[in-house]
Design a protein around this ligand. Sequence first.
Ligand code: AKG
Length: 285
Amino acid sequence: MPDPLRRLSADAPVAAMLEAYEADGALVVEGMVPGGIVADLCAAATTYAEGVEPGVADQGMGEDGKFFVGANTIRFSSLGRITPAYFDLLDNEVYAALADAVLLPNCGSYWVNTAQVMFIGPGEQAQVLHRDADNWFQHVAPTWPDCPEVTISAMIGLEEVTEELGATRAVPGSHRWPELNVYEYDLETVPAELAPGDAFVYSGKVLHGGGENRAADRWRRAMHLSFVVGWLTPEEANPLDYGPGDLDGRSPRVQRLLGHRSYNPRPHLGGGLWLRHVRPIEDQA
Ligand SMILES: O=C(O)CCC(=O)C(=O)O
């Protein structure tokens, strides 16, 4: 059995969190999201979930994607359309500091990859273990495991998340394994148990997957928030959810994360991306 995940309080030094992240590829940040934001997200997500059929999300991959998600799992995104607490979450300073440290060495800025409610229902099987960076497999495969980090993820507890309810399972250290396993079941894993507001923060290179929900009648209520470097295409087409003007008054960070600002590669080499009329979006407001 691998060692348990390291757990640090949200007011611990960011350097200590990064040390755990570097060593294991993952850690739990206790109390990362303030209670009021978690309560608002949980209430809005729980209400919205009542109208969402389990098993319909397919990650854009048809039946393979449905299998990946699970038949008794509810997933949905576009969270800023159901609660403004989502925008507050995007400004979370601890997660921002971790994402900056991990991603900015490889990009000028990053954007939201996906923000998804992930409610795992009673009886759901364990998800196949995978690496989130495999979304961009052509980036990862040629230079694995030395490829630059392009994505960072957090699973945030909206209620208590226990092993029995299907806490995310992870393989600490697998971000450095010399072999690039793709889709595994039979590996030793540890659960990322969470209190409401705790976040399991993990590298796109680390093997992980949703746990089996062994409870008879309780759902695992958590949400995922991941970022990806600005020169790669995210999972979710965020700018279609928030039209021109919708993000006025939100922070520049939120506007950038949701595709309402352009990509400038500096201080790295590269070209300006995600432009409009051949100029940065933010210069045309
Ligand atoms: O639900 C979970 O705990 C993990 C989900 C996940 O890793 C994914 O779908 O990419």
